[in-house]
Design a protein around this ligand. Structure first.
Ligand SMILES: Cc1ncc(COP(=O)(O)O)c(C=O)c1O
Length: 497
C-alpha cells in the first residue's frame, strides 16, 4: 500500500493496476442521508418488483399477478387522465397540432395562452423561478373562489415541483440551531413519510403528535400540548405540520378542529404547514374540506394578520392523479418580507419547476367553464373519477370491518385506509427482528401477491399494528384484493394462534 501526503491510500492490485480507496464510502458519506427512510417504496415494494419479474419468467407462485396497493399513484392503477388536460398539454408540447381540427377550440386557446407566457413561445424554456406569472394569477383566483372570496395575492404563490418540493423547501427555510436550540417540527403520527425523511435529512428534531384512532384519527389539542411541552425540554419547536385530508389515515378534520389547531399554533408561536393535496378527495357524508386559510381568515384579524401559514397543493392527487408531471404550488401567508426574499432566492437556485407541471397546475385551477366546448366532458370525467373513489372508499371500509381481527375507521377522504390489525403473540415472537406488521405484510405479499405498506413505516402507537392500503385499484380488482386480504388474515391468525 502506497500513500502520498494528502491523497487517499492507493494499492496495487494483482494485475498491476493502481486502485484508489473510494472517496465516498458508507462511512464517509453524509450521515443524515443514511437516516432517511421511505416506507412507501421500502423492502416490500422491492420484493413486489422481484415477484413480478419471477412471474414473468414463468416461476410458479400461489397467485397470478402482483396487485400494488402501496402507493397513491392513481394512473398506475388504471385511472384515466382528464382529456382536456392532456389535449392542452399535447398542444403546448407540439404547437403544430394547433392546426389540427380534431382539437377543441377551448383547448387551443388555453394552449396559446400558456405558450404566450413561455420564453420563445416554447414549453422548453425556463420560466421565472416562482413560476409563470399568469399561472400564479390563476392559482390566486382559484384560491379566492375556493375560500369564498378571501383575497389571495399572486405574489404569495410559488409554483413547485409537486407538493414535495414545496414542503422540503419550507423546512429548509426553518431549520437551524444546535443542541437544545435545534429546530423541532411537529408532525402527526401516523404520518406521510416525506416529513420524517426530510426532517432526518435536514437534521431537524421530529416531534410526534399522535392522531386519535378511537375518534377517527382526529387531532387532539391536549395531545399537541403534551408533545410540544415534552419537546421544549430538548429542542426549539417552530412549526406544526397538518395533513388534511389525511395520509395514511384517510380522515377529514372538522372545521372546529382546524380552528382549535390555528389557535394553538398562534398561542404557541408555531408556523403552520397545511398539506392540502387531497382537497377534492372528500367522500363521507357530513364531511367537508375546510382550507386552513379560509378558517384562519374567518377567525378575524387577531389571527389572520399574524399566524404564519403555508399551504400546499399538487396536480398528483384529487381527480387528476397526474403524479408524473410534478406540478404543485404553495401559498405563503404572513411571511416576513425578508424571509420571503430569501425563499425567492432559494428557489431561483434551482431555476424553475417543470413547465408541463406548471401548465397542468394552471388547467387544474382554471378548468373549462360552462359554455366552453370541453366543459361537459370535463365535468363528466371528473365526476366519474371522484364517484368511483367514493364508492371504493366505502367498499374498503365495509369489507375490512367484516374481518375478525381487523378494524377500519371510515375512509372519509384522501386515497387510503389504515386499518388496525391484531397480530397473534406467536407471530410477534416469530418475526425475527422485523416489525410485526412488516412480517405480516411480507407474508401476505409472498402468499397472495398483494403489496401493502406496514403501519410501522408511518409510525403508530406502540403495541398497535396497521397496514396502509390505497383505494385506487379498479373496483373489480379491489374486490378481489379485499377478499384475498380476508382469506390471508384468517389463515395467518389460525397459523399463529
Ligand atoms: C400528504 C401528501 N403530501 C405530499 C405528497 C407529495 O405529492 P407530490 O406528488 O405533489 O409531490 C403526497 C404524495 O402522496 C402526500 O400524500
Amino acid at each position: 500500500i502506497a500513500t502520498r501526503r494528502g491523497l487517499p491510500k492507493e494499492k496495487m492490485s494483482e494485475n498491476g493496476v493502481l486502485s484508489r480507496a473510494k472517496v465516498l464510502t458508507i462511512d464517509t458519506m453524509n450521515p443524515t442521508v443514511k437516516k432517511v427512510e421511505y416506507a412507501v417504496r421500502g423492502p416490500i415494494v422491492l420484493r413486489a418488483v422481484e415477484l413480478e419479474r419471477e412471474l414473468s419468467e414463468g416461476m410458479k407462485k400461489p397467485f397470478s399477478e402482483v396487485i400494488k396497493a402501496n402507493i397513491g399513484d392513481a394512473h398506475a392503477m388504471g385511472q384515466q387522465p382528464i382529456t382536456f388536460f392532456r389535449q392542452v398539454l399535447a398542444l403546448c408540447s407540439y404547437p403544430e397540432l394547433l392546426n389540427d381540427s380534431t382539437f377543441p377550440e377551448d383547448a387551443k386557446s388555453r394552449a396559446r395562452r400558456i405558450l404566450q407566457s413561455c420564453g420563445g413561445n416554447s414549453m422548453g424554456s425556463y420560466t421565472a423561478s416562482q413560476g409563470i406569472d399568469s399561472v400564479r394569477q390563476d392559482v390566486a383566483r382559484y384560491i379566492e373562489r375556493r375560500d369564498g372570496g378571501v383575497p389571495c395575492d399572486p405574489d404569495d404563490i410559488y409554483l413547485t415541483t409537486g407538493a414535495s418540493d414545496g414542503i422540503v423547501t419550507m423546512l429548509k427555510l426553518l431549520v437551524c440551531g444546535e443542541g437544545a436550540t435545534r429546530t423541532g417540527v411537529m408532525i402527526s403520527i401516523p404520518q406521510y413519510p416525506l416529513y420524517s425523511a426530510a426532517l432526518a435529512e435536514l437534521g431537524a428534531v421530529q416531534i410526534n403528535y399522535y392522531l386519535n384512532e378511537e375518534k377517527c384519527w382526529s387531532m387532539d389539542i391536549s395531545e399537541l400540548q403534551r408533545a410540544l411541552d415534552e419537546a421544549r425540554r430538548h429542542c426549539n419547536p417552530r412549526a406544526l405540520c397538518v395533513i388534511n385530508p389525511g395520509n395514511p389515515t384517510g380522515q377529514v378534520q372538522s372545521r372546529q378542529c382546524i380552528e382549535d389547531v390555528i389557535r394553538f399554533a398562534a398561542n404557541e408561536r408555531l408556523l403552520l404547514m397545511a398539506d392540502e393535496v387531497y382537497q377534492d378527495n372528500v367522500y363521507a357524508e357530513g364531511c367537508q374540506f375546510h382550507s386552513f386559510k379560509k378558517v384562519l381568515f374567518e377567525m378575524g384579524p387577531e389571527y389572520s394578520d399574524t399566524v404564519e401559514l403555508v399551504s400546499f397543493h399538487s396536480t398528483s392527487k384529487c381527480y387528476m392523479g397526474e403524479c408524473g408531471f410534478r406540478g404543485g404550488y404553495m401559498e405563503i401567508i404572513n411571511m416576513d418580507d425578508e424571509v420571503k426574499a430569501q425563499l425567492t432566492k432559494l428557489v431561483s437556485v434551482r431555476l424553475c419547476p417543470p413547465v408541463p407541471g406548471q401548465a397542468l397546475m394552471d388547467l387544474v385551477v382554471n378548468p373549462p367553464q360552462p359554455g366552453e366546448p370541453s366543459h361537459d366532458n370535463f365535468i363528466k370525467e371528473r365526476t366519474a373519477t371522484l364517484s368511483a373513489l367514493a364508492e371504493k372508499a366505502k367498499l374498503t371500509e365495509q369489507v375490512l370491518n367484516t374481518i375478525q381481527g381487523i378494524s377500519c375507521n371510515p375512509v372519509q377522504g384522501a386515497m387510503y385506509s389504515f386499518p388496525r390489525i391484531t397480530i397473534p403473540e406467536k407471530a410477534i415472537q416469530e418475526d425475527k427482528g422485523q416489525e410485526p406488521d412488516m412480517f405480516y405484510c411480507m407474508k401476505m405479499l409472498e402468499e397472495t401477491g398483494i403489496c401493502l405498506v406496514p403501519g410501522s413505516g408511518f409510525g403508530q402507537t406502540d403495541g398497535t399494528y396497521h397496514f396502509r392500503m390505497t383505494i385506487l385499484p379498479p373496483t373489480d380488482k379491489l374486490t378481489i384484493l379485499l377478499n384475498k386480504v380476508k382469506e390471508f388474515h384468517q389463515k395467518f391468525t389460525q397459523q399463529y394462534s
